[in-house]
Design a protein around this ligand. Structure first.
Ligand SMILES: NC(=O)C1=CN([C@@H]2O[C@H](COP(=O)(O)OP(=O)(O)OC[C@H]3O[C@@H](n4cnc5c(N)ncnc54)[C@H](O)[C@@H]3O)[C@@H](O)[C@H]2O)C=CC1
Ligand SMILES: CC(=O)C(=O)O
Length: 361
């Protein structure tokens, strides 16, 4: 090994050590590590897929519409407690049949309709009113989940649960506990959306496609999320400490303004239109595509984080996770700075504190 490589590895080891990460599990030549307690992945591309969406409100229907437009499904089941709303949405979607590949769409208040789903997406429950935080929804939505999750798993024991309702990280943890499923099959949509918001802002700034902005926001979805400036790049050019032609330096302070804008953006959309829907619909469809098509694509999504990045207790938060037909295939061992590790620890502690308060041990 050359001195240069040696130096690189030592720097990596120092950073991982600083973040409290177990180096035996996270060696530099293993890019991904499995979540302890996960199933051994069986890879299969699902050409005949059934997905259930629970909650046919703004978010549920945006998810349904985006997945149908992307041609990802053979069968879509909708579940809600509001019978008329459910039937109205069912008919409205069925009327799009002439414009879509053939898809069976069914809807009922009874969970029997969800039987044998490959993925169950939960968007049911209260949403933020103007001025409310995501955490304010906790008690209302935990109570709904106590009914919803056991019903879904009873009818689809082999399913993957994809949680979207807020507070998403806490509800993903609650769903894992209520379902009894292995951790690879419970995912929260997490910061896949926050990361897209950041990438779209930087894409505008640098006049480039957001597809060429590479970077993650991890941790809690929303207020205490953690931007990873150290690995952010545009077309593989590192952004941290980049000087543009106008003399603007993208140091931590200037980049933090982008993160503040990301955190504010959901509140801003809610203030303007009452709820957010389109971006989360696309975010969910991108996750569903990676799962059903066994794409092994990496998404920052909410997963059981115990044993990663120095976190040594049960909590769900977003980490860069490789997704395939078995759900979460592995977590990327991304080198992060001490400052980023510290922020992630804070995010984890806040979420764990909420779980302790909500008595969901
Ligand atoms: N994770 C994320 O990035 C995002 C999460 N959200 C969250 O998604 C959730 C849904 O938001 P919206 O669709 O705007 O709300 P909404 O009020 O439009 O829809 C909620 C739906 O859930 C249904 N519902 C309520 N209790 C139910 C139960 N026990 N079983 C089945 N269905 C039930 C309601 O009848 C309603 O149709 C909220 O918690 C919101 O905060 C919203 C945007 C982004
Ligand atoms: C509501 C919400 O969680 C979001 O749009 O980020």
């Amino acid at each position: 090994m050359s001195n240069r490589q040696d130096e690189g590895l030592s720097a990596f080891a120092r950073r991982m050590h600083a973040s409290g990460t177990n180096l035996e599990q996270h060696t530099p030549n293993s890019i991904f590590s499995r979540i302890p307690g996960s199933e051994i992945p069986q890879h299969k591309i699902k050409h005949s897929a059934k997905v259930t969406v629970v909650g046919v409100g703004n978010v549920g229907m945006a998810c349904a519409q985006t997945m149908l437009s992307a041609g990802l499904l053979n069968e879509l089941a909708l579940v809600d407690v509001l019978e008329d709303r459910l039937q109205g949405e069912l008919l409205d979607l069925q009327h799009s049949a002439a414009f879509l590949p053939r898809v069976k769409i069914v809807a009922d208040t009874d969970y029997g309709v969800s039987a044998d789903s490959d993925i169950c997406i939960v968007t049911a429950g209260a949403r933020q009113r103007e001025g409310e935080s995501r955490i304010d929804l906790l008690d209302r939505n935990v109570n709904l989940f106590k009914k919803i999750i056991p019903e879904l798993v009873r009818h689809s024991p082999d399913t993957i649960l994809l949680i979207v309702s807020n507070p998403v990280d806490i509800l993903a943890y609650v769903s894992w506990k209520l379902s009894g499923l292995p951790p690879n099959r419970v995912i929260g949509s997490g910061t896949n959306l926050d990361s897209s918001r950041l990438r779209s802002l930087l894409a505008d700034k640098f006049e480039v496609s957001a597809l060429n902005v590479h970077g993650y926001i991890i941790g809690e979805h929303g207020d205490n999320s953690v931007p990873l400036w150290s690995s952010l790049s545009v077309a593989n050019v590192p952004v941290l400490n980049f000087h543009d032609k106008k003399g603007v330096q993208y140091n931590k302070e200037t980049l933090e303004e982008f993160h503040k804008a990301v955190v504010k953006s959901a509140y801003e959309v809610i203030r303007l239109k009452g709820y957010t829907s389109w971006a989360i619909g696309f975010s969910v469809a991108s996750i569903v595509k990676s799962l059903l098509r066994d794409q092994m694509h990496v998404h920052p999504v909410s997963v059981l984080a115990n044993s990663f990045y120095g976190i040594d207790y049960d909590v769900f938060l977003s980490l860069p996770a490789q997704l395939g037909s078995a759900g979460v295939l592995g977590i990327a061992n991304l080198p992060i700075t001490e400052d980023e590790a510290q922020r992630l620890q804070n995010s984890a502690k806040i979420l764990r504190g909420m779980l302790d308060k909500s008595k969901m041990q």
